[in-house]
Design a protein around this ligand. Structure first.
Ligand code: ADP
Length: 395
């Protein structure tokens, strides 16, 4: 059964056409700069790539364009739109209401709309994707898969902030966590490899946005992102944890307003802010190798913060069976994995240098045979989870 997986962002649109039964990706692509000039990168199977510069003024035109390409004579991915059985949508914020994926109807749309204040940058774009599909593919079911849902198993003591409790009950102020689909997929892969009943796993999803999750017996019990994706690790352009006192201090010193401070912490901080070079870790690693001191400090900060969460989650979980690295940095940056796990022998964590350096796109073990804690690199696959959840709800 073919599922069209859609991740609609504010100016971008990522998609995959997946056979949910075989996990085969028939086509994938990314439209960027929607509403600006529009660029589309499209890939059919592994070998046929297509890059098109074409203005895409709206998300609707972008989706229509994608569907057009999929059925076009030149590409022949599918002969007609009828071959698509359903659409699976990534939705960033499901609040406390959505604990699992759900078929979309008018009531569900209303609920997702109500959650916009919790994710003002993301939920409106995700909703737009749903509404466009309802309009242009009116007879196909839509399924919403939430980034927050996997973390709904966190216990209260781990999701509450230490602020007056009525702000939780009245204003839904709490930790929600994100990247849930990825943390679920990766921890589930690790559970299959470990092949035992009770499991304690730490998943490090390190990409442009990064978060770590403590997974006990397949359930999230704590994670580093919070009410918003700003909490926790230092990221590409986000500060991660800082003293909340930094905010009034900066507002006063630099005369910043709320909008400016949000922009500062979300878009100008993190790897970009510290290195002063780029938000792309590859550039920073290269600069560090060429002797740039700030780049080196940036790498050390990043790795120490990952290490701190690994250790604190070892405490929360009462031990660790496996640590999993995933996403752009986690899957590719051996240096970061090595440094984040260095000096953790006291927790029985020991990386094997040679295994860590090997390149492969498969799940792989990178810990030493002496290491009681297994360390894995597990490529994430959020789209497959969305396709499978969609299939399960519509079949
Ligand atoms: P997103 O959160 O946008 O999905 P990705 O998971 O694709 O991000 O991760 C992007 C990050 O991965 C970038 O910061 C990039 O620097 C980093 N990355 C990708 N390949 C490597 C590599 N070989 N070495 C270091 N960092 C890498």
């Amino acid at each position: 059964m073919l599922i069209f997986v859609l991740n609609a962002g504010s100016s971008s649109l990522k998609y995959q056409l997946i056979d949910a039964e075989t996990a085969e990706v028939k086509a994938s692509g990314l439209c960027e700069r929607i509403g600006i000039d529009g660029v589309m990168k499209h890939q059919i199977a592994e070998h046929r790539k297509l890059e098109i510069d074409q203005p895409m003024p709206t998300h609707k035109e972008a989706i229509e364009f994608v569907l057009d390409i999929l059925t076009h004579d030149d590409t022949k991915v599918i002969s007609s739109i009828d071959e698509i059985s359903a659409i699976g949508h990534r939705v960033v914020h499901g609040g406390e209401h959505f604990k699992k994926s759900t078929l979309v109807n008018e009531e569900i749309i209303k609920k997702i709309e109500e959650l916009i204040p919790l994710a003002p940058l993301h939920n409106p774009a995700n909703l737009l994707g749903i509404k466009i599909c309802q309009e242009i593919l009116p007879d196909k079911p839509n399924v919403a898969v939430f980034d927050t849902a996997f973390h709904q198993t966190m216990p209260e003591e781990n999701y509450l902030y230490a602020v007056p409790h009525e702000d939780y009950t009245e204003h839904h102020l709490r930790k929600y966590g994100f990247h849930g689909t990825s943390h679920y997929f990766v921890s589930n892969e690790a559970i299959k490899i470990l092949n035992k009943k009770d499991t304690k796993i730490v998943v490090c999803h390190l990409g442009n946005g990064s978060s770590i999750c403590a997974v006990k017996n397949g359930k999230s019990i704590d994670t580093t992102m919070g009410l918003t994706p700003l909490e926790g690790l230092m990221m590409g352009t986000r500060s991660g944890n800082i003293d909340a006192g930094v905010i009034p201090y900066l507002m006063e010193k630099k005369g910043m307003d709320t909008h400016q401070i949000i922009d500062y912490l979300n878009k100008k901080s993190g790897i970009l802010g510290i290195s002063g070079i780029s938000s792309d870790l590859r550039d920073v690693i290269q600069a560090s190798q060429e002797g740039d001191e700030r780049a080196t400090i940036c790498i050390n900060m990043l790795c120490n913060r990952i290490k701190k969460y690994i250790c604190s989650y070892a405490g929360i979980l009462g031990g660790i069976d496996a640590i999993c690295f995933t996403a752009g940095i986690g899957e590719n940056a051996s240096l970061i994995r090595e440094k984040a796990c260095a000096n953790l022998g006291f927790l029985n964590i020991k990386i094997d240098k040679k295994r860590n350096e090997e390149k492969s796109s498969n799940n792989r073990l990178i810990s030493h045979d002496d290491s009681k804690v297994k360390v894995f690199v597990i490529p994430t696959n959020e789209e497959l989870v969305i396709a499978k959840d969609t299939y399960a709800l519509v079949k």
